[in-house]
Write a protein that binds this ligand. Structure first.
Ligand code: DQA
Length: 148
């Protein structure tokens, strides 16, 4: 089983970006941890990051064709603004898990709204880098280890 791990805008800066909110773990460290857990769970994880909404939309749209069974997505600020990302997830029809390092529900009001959550299998937020690992476990469990 292949899982697509997508990170959106500004997440390439993890490690130095507002560490009091996002911690000191870098994106390559998170990607490596997800890949290691994937290997344990018997799945391959392909990790990509972009600051461009259109590039994220393109990757989601081609995920089924590329043979992915599910998507883990931290869309960063696009979570709170992007109808295009929401439509891409709905269109591709693969299970997706929305993740956030921080607990967006406890922050500014504009972060309380996700355009993406209604078309995702679920949302995991507030556990720092563990949010990604929990998302992978949830996705693999949902897919039952098969192509879904
Ligand atoms: C974030 C939360 C978003 O509100 C913010 O814009 C981010 C990071 C998180 O992982 O906590 O860029 O997605």
């Amino acid at each position: 089983m292949k899982i697509l791990l997508l990170n959106g805008p500004n997440l390439q800066l993890l490690g130095t970006r507002e560490p009091e909110i996002y911690g000191r773990t870098t994106l390559p460290d998170i990607e490596a941890a997800v890949a290691a857990l994937g290997a344990e769970l018997g799945c391959e994880v392909a990790a990509r990051q972009s600051n461009c909404e259109g590039e994220l939309v393109g990757w989601i749209g081609s995920a089924r064709r590329e043979g992915f069974s599910g998507i883990i997505l931290n869309a960063g600020a696009y979570t709170h603004t992007s109808v295009a990302l929401r439509d891409a997830i709905a269109a591709v029809g693969l299970p997706a898990v929305e993740v956030h390092l921080s607990n967006v529900a406890s922050r500014e009001e504009f972060r309380n709204r996700s355009y993406i959550a209604p078309v995702c299998a679920g949302v995991i937020a507030g556990f720092g880098p563990d949010s990604y690992l929990l998302a992978l476990r949830a996705l693999v469990s949902r897919c039952g280890g098969r192509h879904c």
